[in-house]
Design a protein around this ligand. Structure first.
Ligand SMILES: *Cc1c(COP(=O)(O)O)cnc(C)c1O
Length: 320
């Protein structure tokens, strides 16, 4: 698979037109005053399925040949990628098989099923999900669409930043959350073209700083599964495609503690009336921490998703 480039992001934007939401860019006078900078929040919590992942999933499935589309797609995920693949596939008339742990939250299983995905449950303690996924792909001739290490997925995710720059013009800095790096790599491709002087930062959980380690080491560093409330960024390593793009185009990777994520979640709820999941708060928490370095400047923040377990959310919001 080839490394994605900016024209791939542009082509993805064409494919997504009329299918993905053009999400709002919101401002907050309170946030600006607190940061001493002009902040532009690109709100992917308002994307279809509640997270940016619909962009990459739709782009990747739309790019398949008719023969591949007839054979269906398969993926392994317990999170936002599963719902994104299920809905994007349904919309394109393609069958989607989603390999999910049998003990995944009932709400997530139900949402994925509601979007039309066929769920194959596995036991996360005794079964190897990647082997199971590969077997399904082989038996059915289905195409595996992974959550981040895929050219068309990266290009699709980059349309979030493309829209942001189209709407607000050049920015001095852009903060993007970082798990496996699909969103960050795609956004960095868009930034390079749309605002060449914009400093792009990835933000990952303190407990899972494999991205930062990888940038420092100049190679992909793999860590143990991190313990963090940012469940969408519990990845253990960057991808073969995301890492080279990030290494070339991202200025640095910052980390934030779970406590900062909770503060950002409370800020979004109280001041901006938005439900944002912990992973969706990474970029904002990183930008708030880095704000003294960006006084008087224009700063973009990608709010990546808003899918939360309500009971857990109530606990975080109520924890003062
Ligand atoms: C998947 C996800 C991320 C991380 O995205 P990557 O492309 O893996 O870096 C961040 N936030 C949310 C809400 C996600 O669903």
């Amino acid at each position: 698979m080839s490394l994605p480039v900016f024209v791939d992001v542009q082509a993805a934007a064409e494919r997504l037109r009329g299918h993905a939401n053009r999400t709002p860019v919101l401002r907050s006078a309170t946030a600006d005053a607190r940061a001493g900078a002009s902040l532009f929040f690109k709100c992917e919590n308002f994307q279809r399925t509640g997270a940016f992942k619909f962009r990459g999933a739709f782009n990747a499935i739309a790019r398949l040949s008719p023969t591949q589309q007839r054979a269906g797609v398969v993926t392994f995920s317990s999170g936002n990628h599963a719902q994104a693949i299920a809905l994007a596939a349904r919309e394109l008339g393609v069958t989607a098989t989603i390999v999910m742990p049998s003990d995944a939250p009932a709400a997530k299983l139900a949402a994925t099923r509601d979007y039309g995905g066929e769920i194959v449950a596995y036991d996360r303690f005794t079964e190897d999900r990647e082997a199971l996924t590969r077997r399904i792909a082989r038996e059915r001739g289905a195409t595996l669409i992974p959550p981040y290490d895929h050219t068309d997925v990266i290009a699709g995710q980059g349309t979030a930043a493309l829209e942001l720059f189209e709407e607000v013009g050049a920015l001095d800095a852009l903060f993007v959350c970082l798990g496996g790096g699909g969103l960050l790599a795609g956004c960095a491709l868009a930034a390079r073209q749309m605002a060449p002087d914009c400093a792009v930062y990835g933000v990952e959980p303190e407990a899972g700083d494999d991205g930062r380690q990888s940038l420092r080491a100049g190679r992909i560093v793999t860590i143990a599964v991190p313990r963090t409330i940012a469940d969408g960024a519990m990845t253990t390593h960057l991808g073969e495609l995301t890492f080279p793009v990030i290494r070339e185009r991202v200025r640095d990777v910052l980390t934030v503690a779970d406590r900062e994520l909770v503060q950002a979640m409370r800020f979004f709820a109280e001041r901006m009336k938005m439900v944002v999941e912990p992973t969706g708060c990474l970029a904002a928490a990183g930008a708030f921490a880095a704000a003294p370095g960006w006084r008087g400047r224009r700063v973009g923040i990608v709010v990546s998703g808003g899918n939360v377990d309500l009971a857990a959310y109530a606990g975080w919001i109520g924890s003062g």
